[in-house]
Design a protein around this ligand. Sequence first.
Ligand SMILES: Cc1ncc(COP(=O)(O)O)c(C=O)c1O
Length: 391
Amino acid sequence: MADEATTGRALRPATRVVRAGLPDAVPGAPYLPGPVFAAPYHAPGDPAQSPYTYGRFHNPTWTQYEAALEALEGGPCLLFPSGMAASAAVLATLVPPGGRIVMPTDSYYTTRVLSTQPFDGGWCAAQGIEVIQAPTAGNGLAEALAANAPRGVALLWLETPTNPALEVCDIAALSAQAHTMGALVVVDNTTATPLLQQPLALGADVCVVSDTKAMTGHADLVLGHVAVRDVALLERMRLWRTRLGVIPGPMEAWLAHRSLGTLQVRLAQQCATAQRVAERLATHPAVRVVRYPGLPGDPSHALATRQMQGFGGVISFELADGAAARRFFAATRLVSEATSFGGIHTSAECRARWGGDAVSEGFIRLSVGLEDADDLLADLTQALDTALGAR
Ligand SMILES: Cc1ncc(COP(=O)(O)O)c(C=O)c1O
């Protein structure tokens, strides 16, 4: 397949996602070989002589998709059966017993739950791991790092833009600060994807992504991956994956690879429509606050413009209260009331219904899909009119 060596110039994102991870052309073979379903593989004699031996250890369909991810992330990757399985592997293998984690108060709820209050007795707590939480906005994370530097910090966890508040933090500056104290830096890059933001190039050690979201984008599978700069870190997580058996299904890995080819066109369209939607929300009287890094007035705009190649398809906004949100959902025809984001279907939800996020009853996270932008704007406008009108 065409690469930089053959074309003599850096390939653009649309080309990279279409070609990523495809094997060399073989007459009669498909572009993307189908999923391999196997528990044992033929492996006579010394197991080290067989590239594949047993389905919990490795699988050619994972290898194929991991190669595609590496081409986008800029570092070797490991596939997991969900974003949370990827995050758990990072936390379990990169923080020593008694270590300290600095983590945002406003990152994905389950990641915070996993680190602070998982299972009976607690996992981090049982390991003597201390989790220090600070807000993503402002200097909270930098101050938490500085305050804990004398005691030592093992890992700085970042998520940017955050789900659901869409706060943005400076990956390069925080990575540089964390590295001066010997801490590893992890970035949850789920809302941006490696096409809109490259954490490893910005200085992070590890990148975690829920491929359930925009990476695969069709709302039909659950998957996650990690990317690293230092392969030794990856090998620790590979061992964790193999020993615990937290492995992805070959069908999911193959579907993800197939979906990757449209990532650039999906994101380009979602970013363009999201920009128009955010602008409409910002001027509608039913809306109290809109957060979208692409809005020039957003507190994150300057930093996001420096750090990202696009602002993504997720917007958050606030209506007056829970009753206004219910009227909005009852009136809309094109916005599915559902959790998750990054898919081709526009969806939204009140995050307060789950608990755990510091948001009001009227706070809505909206994920912009691939519907026609004018249709979507018309539908959103009438739903917001209804949300406002009946008050
Ligand atoms: C930012 C972020 N990270 C990680 C996850 C976990 O991903 P998964 O649901 O694939 O386990 C999510 C899920 O919503 C998320 O929003």
